[in-house]
Design a protein around this ligand. Structure first.
Ligand code: AMP
Ligand code: ZN
Length: 331
């Protein structure tokens, strides 16, 4: 539950193959829902393995490590001030499940790109939250596999539990689409203003928590934040290279020849992350907000030498061109 958890240190120790499985097992097995909902541990572990195998390890950012980080961060939010005491076991397993599956099979390219090229996924999901719809569908398809369905042998798991679980997961994972970000700021304000969480606010709060975990890298220790920031830029630049190759307009932050790390990170923190986290402050570990401000200050004061060193580091993993090489996620 540590709020200064370093996913990269753990990755170095246990490697790609086991990282997501190990973080998922660590988090899920802390909860009472394993016994109260009759969850099969062997099948749960099998689900984690299947999940890990669907995250694309070649993505610099949207890989299993990001899923593990978002799950671990979601768990920190739930444990902070004992927020989790407000929720039922079905709600808790739904929010943790949503966090770990929220970017499954991410191709390393954005919704805007998939829609612009009329990609098969954009056709399948009618240009609407294409990636988030794919992540949600695939998460449930995996859950139908006999060896992965960790609820199937439970004597306490009821149809109404399954319905609530499904509804929450769909709302939370589709809620990670950045197009909802501004609405989310307003909804956090409404949920937290009276100091209590009403039943009809649970899904909204879960959406807000997982979205916050998804945007949390700039609140982490500086070396951890810099590592994530380099990875996200490496992925953006791969997309930009592909857009250039296809003669498309290069998306924001995706042009390796025209991105200023300091400027783009300050913009991202000042206009996206900070206004949101300030609203969420009552459910954040207090140190995270002050770290966010420190990291913003660091980025504001970034010297030309530091900027160039970061750019050199980003270029290395991005040297391989993007390829639509994932097997169809539904096959
Ligand atoms: P997701 O694709 O679900 O991970 O959504 C999170 C969004 O935030 C994505 O568009 C990321 O590219 C973006 N993001 C996260 N961290 C950063 C960062 N440090 N700088 C710029 N964009 C970021
Ligand atoms: Zn994500």
């Amino acid at each position: 539950n540590e709020d200064d958890f370093d996913i990269f240190a753990l990755h170095k120790k246990i490697g790609d193959d086991q990282l997501l499985v190990s973080v998922c097992a660590n988090v899920f097995l802390q909860y009472n829902f394993i016994s109260s909902l009759g969850v099969s541990i062997p099948k749960l572990i099998q689900y984690f393995r299947a999940l890990q195998s669907h995250y694309k390890t070649s993505n610099p950012y949207h890989c299993g490590m990001h899923a593990a980080d978002v799950l671990q961060t979601t768990n920190v939010y739930l444990c902070c001030g004992d927020v989790k005491e407000n929720f039922s076991d079905v709600e808790l397993i739904a929010v943790l499940f949503s966090a770990m599956v929220h970017d499954i099979a991410h191709p390393g390219i954005s919704n805007a790109f998939l829609t612009a090229v009329n990609h098969p996924l954009a056709k399948l999901f009618n240009d609407t939250s294409v990636l988030e719809s794919m992540h949600t569908s695939l998460a449930f398809i995996l859950l139908e596999r006999a060896d992965c369905n960790f609820f199937s042998s439970s004597t306490t798991w009821q149809k109404y539990h399954a319905d609530d679980f499904r509804s929450l997961v769909i709302q939370v994972v589709t809620g990670t689409d950045m197009k909802h970000h501004s609405a989310m700021i307003k909804s956090v304000e409404d949920i937290l203003d009276d100091g209590q969480i009403d039943d009809d606010e649970v899904a909204q709060l879960f959406k807000a928590i997982v979205h916050a975990a998804d945007l949390s890298n700039s609140m982490k220790d500086l070396p951890v934040y810099i590592n994530w920031m380099e990875r996200v830029n490496a992925e953006f630049w791969q997309q930009g290279d592909e857009e250039r190759r296809r003669g498309m307009t290069i998306s924001m932050m995706c042009d390796r020849n025209n991105t200023f790390i300091s400027k783009s990170q300050c913009g991202f923190i000042e206009f996206v992350v900070l206004p949101y986290m300030q609203k969420l402050a009552p459910v954040l570990p207090p140190v995270w907000l002050s770290r966010l401000e420190d990291n913003l200050k660091f980025m504001k004061e970034l010297t030309t030498d530091q900027e160039n060193t970061i750019k050199r580091r980003i270029k290395r993993p991005a040297s391989k061109p993007w390829a639509d090489d994932s097997t169809h996620p539904f096959s």
